[in-house]
Design a protein around this ligand. Structure first.
Ligand code: GLU
Length: 495
């Protein structure tokens, strides 16, 4: 029997959850679900100065919103600092680590000298061979020390097989005797991360490519402790169109998960888009349900080649990678309407347009209307902007449409109020009765149907395009249609 898979997402809570972090979480989540394994959430909060409560909340919210439920955690790394220190002590005892009494000033001076001589700096291992007496004396004198890992000497190399990058070899000679515990007793990330992975029985470390620099050191730690080494799968980078690495520092809010939520993304659309950055199912499928994606996922499908995330900021409506927008539009238009209602409601609430009746007596109207108008929309923000006329009697009118469909046609001065009047007289506001009013008026007016129909649409919805003619009239309702047609007639007077 093969061992059960245990993976983890281990963010450092120094900022909001961003595209890169979410992508790592998604890959871990999918691998756990695919294999029937366990997905642990670990918050690596040992950098107390940079970790914040707000960031922790943001990460948890983001993961929940994306639907990436974890099986264990959140475990906070700061709770296991003692275990990290104990591990360092064990490494000291077994001779795999040693105390280094060099001061910061001494080390800085040596680093500076190396720079002047244009050499790569490496610690000169001054303290590596101190005798027990020398160590005792220094300790007795109260000289602070760091703990360094004793990298093996000689011509050998650390080797491991990365699932994505293949065999990796790092010569011992190219590795510094790295610090594992600071002089103030604080363990370093490279140690804490490995010790927690050991404790949790992590079988696969799936993380960003930037973790690759630490991996040889962590492999040495595992070997020294004589414990199984997890498999590593490092994910290639995500670059912006200028081929710079995507980062919070460089791209700010534009890469934050909450930003996508605010801008009208559906969580599953974002997951679906992100998973295809650096992973492929091996065929040309672009859209997956959750079970399909879990089924299709494999570590072998992770690409070595960096992916490009075409962030664009020039257009507020299409503010991100066009592929992301298209994916969102796809789900917005094709998911069962019930599944998108919460996200639409969130936008309506945020903008003060939500009416509690749409949850109760008018719930059917609400879901029918969302279904009716979503066909042209890209994000849920479109419901409160392009679709505002369906949810509010205060809505903007597209100025080009107003000019072209209404003001240009003098004949409408008379006929818009007349149309309003005749619609107000309809006893039952149904499709056939509106249809007969329309036919009657068209005959009397003697214009092409488009002239009247475009004018009515623009007056009633503010938009030149939208759902089928009778559908939008029925969705907006008789009273409001009449009021808006009358109001539109006023526009002639104001120009
Ligand atoms: N806390 C590390 C980070 O956020 C985790 C790296 C890892 O997954 O090992 O980069």
């Amino acid at each position: 029997m093969t061992e059960p898979v245990i993976v983890r997402f281990a963010p450092s809570p120094t900022g909001y959850l961003h595209i890169g972090g979410a992508r790592t979480a998604i890959f871990n989540y999918l691998y756990a679900r695919k294999t029937g394994g366990k997905f642990i959430l670990r918050i690596e909060d040992t950098d107390l100065e940079r970790s914040t409560e707000k960031a922790i909340d943001g990460i948890l919210d983001g993961l929940k919103w994306l639907g990436l439920d974890w099986d264990e955690g959140p475990n906070f790394q700061s709770n296991s600092i003692d275990a990290h220190r104990e591990t360092a002590d064990r490494l000291l005892k077994s001779g795999h680590a040693y105390k280094c009494f060099c001061t910061k000033e001494e080390l800085d001076a040596k680093r500076e000298k190396a720079r002047e001589q244009k050499k790569t700096y490496q610690y000169d291992r001054m303290c590596r061979h101190l005798s027990p007496e020398e160590i005792g004396e220094k300790e007795a004198a109260g000289i602070p020390f760091t703990i360094r890992f004793r990298v093996p000497e000689g011509a050998g190399a650390v080797r491991f097989n990365d699932v994505v990058y293949g065999p990796i070899k790092k010569q011992y000679a190219d590795l510094d005797d790295f610090v594992i515990v600071r002089s103030n007793g604080q363990p370093l990330y490279v140690l804490s991360n490995a010790v927690d992975d050991m404790r949790d029985g992590i079988t696969h470390v799936i993380r960003g490519q930037d973790g690759l620099a630490n991996t040889p050191k962590q492999v040495l730690i595992y070997l020294a402790l004589n414990v199984p080494i997890p498999r590593f799968a490092h994910m290639s980078l995500t670059l912006d169109p200028r081929k710079a690495k995507i980062s919070k520092r460089r791209h700010g809010e534009a890469v934050a998960i909450h930003f996508y939520r605010e801008r009208g993304f559906l969580p599953w659309a974002l997951v679906n888009f992100l998973v295809l950055l650096g992973w492929s199912p091996g065929d040309s499928r672009e859209y997956f349900t959750k079970p399909e994606l879990i089924q299709a996922f494999s570590l072998e499908g992770i690409s070595k080649t960096n992916s490009v995330f075409n962030i664009r900021k020039d257009d507020p409506r299409f503010f991100t990678d066009p592929k992301a927008i298209n994916t969102n539009a796809h789900y917005l238009r094709t998911l069962p309407v019930q599944e998108i209602l919460p996200a639409v409601r969130e936008q309506l609430e945020k903008t003060g347009l939500w009416d509690p009746a749409w949850e109760k007596e008018d719930a059917r109207w609400f879901s029918n209307t969302v279904d009716l108008i979503r066909a042209r929309f890209h994000t849920t923000v479109d419901f409160v902007e392009l679709g505002r006329a369906y949810f509010s009697d205060r809505f903007p009118t597209d100025s080009k449409a107003l000019e072209k469909n209404i003001l240009k046609h003098d004949v409408l001065k008379k006929w818009l109020p007349e149309m309003a009047h005749r619609i107000s007289e309809i006893p039952d506001f149904t499709r056939p009765s509106i249809e007969s009013v329309l036919e009657e008026v068209l005959k009397e007016m003697g214009v092409k149907p488009g002239v009247l129909m475009n004018a009515v649409r623009t007056a009633v919805t503010g938009q030149p395009k939208g759902p089928e003619f009778f559908d939008f009239l029925l969705a907006i309702g008789q009273r409001e249609v009449v009021r808006r047609l009358r109001q539109a007639a006023q526009w002639f007077k104001n120009v």
